[in-house]
Ligand binder design. Structure first.
Ligand code: ATP
Length: 223
């Protein structure tokens, strides 16, 4: 069983009067085999927590532990390699490349990380479950918000990461799709031994969660 933890993490933005405490002595654990939700009001620190957990930005203080090992002790190169090999992000911006078809988005990922990706058979299964098999030849500007979101989810799953960190991955989906995507994430956590962490406002996701962290004003209030 593997885990990624934040220990007593604080994140400050700015200085002096304009300083914002985005995270205030936060402790957090993402375990393999579990679907963990992060909920809370807008501006409470959810995205900051997720991006620090995934090493996209540094904490002001505190530790990030991977299976007990402090990630701050890694060199930048080691940390980049760790992220590429072990973490799949679904970020709010989706960051699809505008001039590549959906198929090419996946091929680009394969070029960056050639090894240990999903088998073609399993990836095809995920594409079908996400309902995007028929979109492979489309460009991002030909996709609806919900379709874009599902392509971004597929792209994150493609690299077969141990940790899947998703920021509002279902915000543009209708109810039925939310249910399907939640079941997909839950199944991947349970059956493929992944830790899935989802920032969401969507109360329907709670039914699938193994753990829920609520954040208010940068503090974890419910665990
Ligand atoms: N790069 C930044 N520079 C300055 N302040 C920031 C930065 N990123 C976040 N903040 C501030 O930190 C606090 C937490 O922001 P964060 O985006 O983590 O909240 P959130 O809970 O994800 O919000 P939302 O649900 O609206 O996405 C907010 O007050 C925000 O304005």
């Amino acid at each position: 069983m593997s885990n990624l933890k934040l220990i007593d993490v604080t994140k400050l933005f700015g200085t002096g009067d304009s300083q914002v405490t985005a995270l205030d002595h936060v402790n957090f654990t993402a375990n393999s085999k579990e679907l963990t939700l992060i909920v809370g009001p807008s501006g409470s620190g959810k995205s900051t927590l997720l991006t620090i957990l995934g090493g996209l930005q540094a904490a002001t203080s505190g530790q990030i532990l991977l299976n007990g090992r402090d990630l701050n002790t890694l060199s930048k190169k080691q940390a980049d390699n760790f992220r590429l090999s072990h973490i799949g992000f679904v970020l709010q911006s989706y960051s699809l490349v505008p001039y590549l078809t959906v198929q090419k988005q996946f091929e680009l990922v394969k070029r960056i990380k050639p090894d240990n990706n999903l088998s073609a058979a399993l990836f095809t299964q995920y594409l079908e479950r996400l309902g995007i098999t028929n979109l492979l030849s489309k460009f991002p500007d030909q996709l609806s918000g919900g379709q874009t979101q599902r392509v971004a989810i597929a792209r994150a799953l493609y690299t077969n990461p141990d940790y899947i960190l998703a920021d509002e991955p279902t915000s543009a989906l209708d109810s039925q799709r939310v249910d399907e995507v939640a079941k997909l994430f839950k199944g991947i956590a349970k059956n493929e031994n992944k830790a899935v962490v989802i920032v969401t406002h969507d109360l329907r996701m709670r039914a699938y969660a193994d753990r829920v962290y609520e954040i208010i004003d940068g503090k974890v209030v419910v665990e």
